[in-house]
Design a protein around this ligand. Structure first.
Ligand SMILES: NC(=O)c1ccc[n+]([C@@H]2O[C@H](COP(=O)([O-])OP(=O)(O)OC[C@H]3O[C@@H](n4cnc5c(N)ncnc54)[C@H](O)[C@@H]3O)[C@@H](O)[C@H]2O)c1
Ligand SMILES: O=C(O)C(=O)C[C@]1(C(=O)O)C=C[C@@H](O)C=C1
Length: 290
């Protein structure tokens, strides 16, 4: 497979950095330029060999690039696309790792209308609550899924090239419509993050919050790990996937009302049935994933 000559990361954090490391490991990239706004983060990225060169200037960085990965919070991507548009060589592939896809597809159309044949929107379904270049890991995408949502204008050869690169990072690639993607990930990624933030704030609102946190153990840890995720990233996701997310949050509020009613009524059988349905489905999911 032909290596990438010059990869530019627009956003040098967990996702961009892990993509660069994975391609470096299989010797499929010759030169990695990291673009960012935080000099300490970029210096750390060079130190950790995540990138070879750092700059704050996205436009200068993409000159002569053959692959650009947008890996900032999704709310930053439009301005970055606009900035790089005049400087992209024809044929330079532009992809992204954003967690929402309808908004990013619209941004590609709006900002890179002459370049769409080489634009491949994507989303690696792997990550963590950590952020920044220091959080980048070699094996992050190993055995994980990546969803691509190519545009009608995307050249199938561009999609095939991005798919092959993700496969070389160890990922299993799926293709989906952007609207379906956003619906699915509202339910299984975006909603649980917002619930974790809400739950955490519920505990913090108690007068004895410090004591609660002092005694919190593994149940709390498992439920709240993702509440430590980056607030800017999740604000942008909530705004971008607002309508699907609101639908799911409202269904969840209805479920909570149902739990409240069962507890208020001391409905033993109702509770057992309600909890058993969830427990059975969660155990089956865990077994399938093992
Ligand atoms: N964290 C996850 O679990 C995860 C998983 C899959 C996809 N994603 C998506 O990947 C993208 C990146 O997330 P991450 O976890 O790598 O975040 P991160 O915070 O680790 O990295 C993002 C980097 O972008 C930089 N940045 C922000 N605005 C910028 C701008 N205008 N110009 C240049 N650099 C800028 C930040 O300083 C930071 O270093 C997001 O769109 C997110 O939705 C995240
Ligand atoms: O492991 C985590 O901390 C994650 O939140 C990863 C996770 C997810 O919800 O599964 C978060 C956002 C992404 O867009 C993809 C993956």
């Amino acid at each position: 497979m032909t290596p990438v000559r010059k990869l530019v990361l627009l956003g040098t954090g967990l996702i961009g950095g892990s993509f660069a490391l994975a391609l470096k490991r299989v010797r499929l990239v010759q030169h990695v330029v990291g673009v960012g706004r935080n000099p300490d983060n970029l210096a750390r990225a060079i130190e950790l060999n995540v990138i070879d060169v750092a700059t704050a200037d996205a436009a200068e960085a993409v000159v002569d690039a053959d692959l650009v990965l947008l890996a900032t919070p999704v709310g930053q991507m439009g301005a970055l696309m606009q900035r790089i548009a005049p400087h992209l060589a024809p044929g330079c592939l532009v992809t992204d790792g954003g967690s929402t896809k309808q908004d990013v597809c619209a941004l590609f159309r709006e900002n890179l209308p002459e370049h769409l044949a080489w634009c491949v929107p994507g989303h690696p379904i792997a990550g963590s609550d950590l952020s920044g270049a220091a959080a980048a890991q070699y094996g992050l995408f190993e055995g994980r899924r990546v969803v691509l949502t190519p545009l009608a204008e995307t050249d199938p050869a561009s999609t095939a090239r991005i798919e092959a690169l993700w496969q070389q990072c160890g990922a299993v690639v799926h293709t989906m419509q952007a609207a379906q993607h956003d619906g699915v990930f509202a339910a299984v990624s975006h909603m649980p993050h917002l619930l974790a933030f809400a739950y955490m704030n519920t505990v913090l609102a108690r007068a004895d919050a410090d004591t609660c946190l002092e005694f919190a153990a593994s149940g709390f840890r498992d439920f709240t790990r993702i509440a430590g995720s980056h607030p800017d990233m999740w604000r942008d996701i909530a705004l971008a996937n607002r309508s699907a997310l609101l639908q799911d949050l409202k269904s969840c509020a209805a479920q909570l009302q149902q739990v409240i009613a069962l507890v208020e009524a001391e409905d033993r059988d109702g509770m057992t049935d309600y909890f058993a349905q969830a427990s059975k489905a969660r155990v089956a999911w865990g077994n399938r994933k093992r």
